[in-house]
Design a binder for this molecule. Structure first.
Ligand code: AMP
Length: 255
């Protein structure tokens, strides 16, 4: 039986202050498993995932003005402008389903977004717990180049870890599987490069601004085992907030 996990809150239940929402920030390079871990957390905690990548892809799918403006950059593996992403996240956080907390997947990705996030957390009475997923880049490249998606129903496959029953076609509707444009090797290298240059400096930013941050080795464990570990860390974060004691990271100290 997996351990019971509650949505962490920084305020003890008997306090007369409004409980502080938990903003779980899944942080790590593309292909580190943020999307998969979000799905586990949604089921365990019943709070929504806010994936900026999914939101942006939806605009492209609709072909609206935003979608047309960002399509080329996304295809090339480049980040889209901060102002646009910040507005999308701010709007999403105003929706009522974020009332108990939320999972940020793929945001923030630049220092400018990090600063806006701090402001958004304050305005939304939320406290961040950053889960930093560490993965070797060679493993990421092997993982992402093996990804395939059904263009009709969206089901994701992986040639290494979750192959379709019949090569090249979707198990559910028989549609021919495709490689997402931004999953091609050259594009992945561009995305990893942009992660190094623009996103990884946020680690220092989270530290300097005193956020709770836990590092987890996401290279050598199964997705299920990783999710168990993340839930333990979230429990630890909740406990440390309520007891006003420092948290501890498993695979390293609280950063
Ligand atoms: P993801 O699905 O999170 O890997 O994101 C796919 C692509 O969407 C990225 O390569 C960027 O082009 C864009 N994107 C997603 N989130 C952000 C963000 N927070 N800031 C800028 N661009 C983003």
């Amino acid at each position: 039986m997996p351990p019971e996990v509650v949505v962490p809150s920084a305020v003890a239940p008997d306090s007369d202050q409004a409980p502080v929402k938990c903003a779980i920030v899944l942080f790590g390079p593309p292909g580190s498993g943020k999307g998969t871990q979000s799905q586990f957390l949604i089921k365990r905690l019943g709070i929504p995932q806010i994936s900026t990548g999914d939101m942006l892809r939806e605009h492209i799918r609709c072909g609206d003005d935003i979608g047309q403006a960002i399509e080329q950059r996304m295809r090339a593996g480049l980040l889209v402008p901060d102002e646009l992403v910040n507005v999308l996240v701010a709007e999403r956080l105003s929706q009522p389903d974020t009332g108990r907390g939320f999972i940020l997947d793929g945001y923030p990705r630049t220092s400018a977004q990090g600063r806006v996030l701090i402001d958004l957390l304050d305005r939304n009475n939320a406290e961040a717990v950053v889960i930093h997923l560490l993965v070797d880049y060679n493993i990421i490249i092997a993982r992402i180049t093996g990804r395939r998606q059904c263009p009709k129903c969206g089901t994701l496959y992986n040639l290494l870890s979750r192959p379709p029953k019949a090569a090249g076609v979707c198990d559910l509707d028989g549609e021919e599987l495709i490689i997402r444009e931004d999953d091609r090797e050259q594009v992945i290298r561009e995305r990893l490069d942009s992660y190094e240059r623009q996103t990884s400096p946020l680690i220092a930013f989270f530290r300097e601004t005193g956020r709770k941050m836990y590092e987890v080795d996401a290279s050598r464990v199964t997705p299920v085992a990783l999710s168990e570990r993340i839930c333990e860390l979230l429990d630890c974060a909740a406990w440390s907030g309520k007891q006003k004691k420092p948290g501890h990271s498993q695979d390293g100290s609280r950063s």
